[in-house]
Design a protein around this ligand. Sequence first.
Ligand code: ZN
Ligand code: ZN
Length: 333
Amino acid sequence: MKAVTFQALHTPLAFETLPDPVPGEGELVVKVGRCGICGSDLHMTEDAAYGCEHGDVLGHEFAGEVVALGKGTEGLKAGDLVSVIPLRSCGQCEHCRKGEVQWCEAFGLQGGGYAEYAVTRPNQCVKLPQDLSLADGAIIEPLAVALHGVNLSGIRKGDKVLVLGAGPIGLATAFWARRAGAAKVAVQDIADSQQQRALDMGADVFVVDPADPVGSAERALGGKADIVFECVGIPGLIEQAVKQLRNRGTILLLGLCTRPDTFNSFAMLQKEVRLVTSAFFTRQEYEAALEALAEGAIEPRLLVTDTIALDAVPEVFESLKRRTSQCKVLIAP
Ligand SMILES: [Zn+2]
Ligand SMILES: [Zn+2]
């Protein structure tokens, strides 16, 4: 099969031919239909913290068709279209039964989507209803990540919400915050390339003012935010968020920052800030994201700006490391 593989840190990915995968016991093979390129994939090739190894196939946002099943796989058959939950888990323990698979003893991250075929397990597959496309199946993962953050934030009807960062997770957060009944949703970034997309996905206002991020957001929201969603992951934004927040407001961290960050806890303490972190999602949230698409929500589909062939991935991947006007790029292997 054709696949795109990790070579080394700070080195472009390689397009190459690998052996076709054969499913082992309890495994199945999915013919990848669409796979999203995620910001964390970009980070994986630049930051040793992610532990990528030579020859790894990245890609955790994918959907496709079941084409081969190993022994001991029940509930699925060849031809089924599935979205793959990229969280490896045993499927049996208490955490798995609750849908909180990230705390399963067997937890691990599933990649493999930058290829014609990927191996996974039945408990990670969610069947796509007939009216959902494989492209829909590939955007469920980032939608679920954002939904988990919004659920953990304790958002209430009438809240003023500020989203820092207009990448796919920030925009999906604006979408869910709007659905949760926020009175006002502002998305703030340092560039205006996603302005229209943010407004189309649920934001009331888009803020770009790197010289005065605090004042500009406050004017846009008509006051301090009840919740600030940090969806960027660079040092300094927690400190900024504290200034943008009302007393007893919530900062919800969705951005993945692998570097140490500093902030003044005195400023936080004075406001009695609640700092909440969010990682991954529950199985129920994954299904809820799928359900929102199946019920006809069109906004999340606006995330997708490009669909590219597998052999174009190494070049496009490098270009995405610089700021472009693209949002979610899907691979069609
Ligand atoms: Zn992702
Ligand atoms: Zn488990």
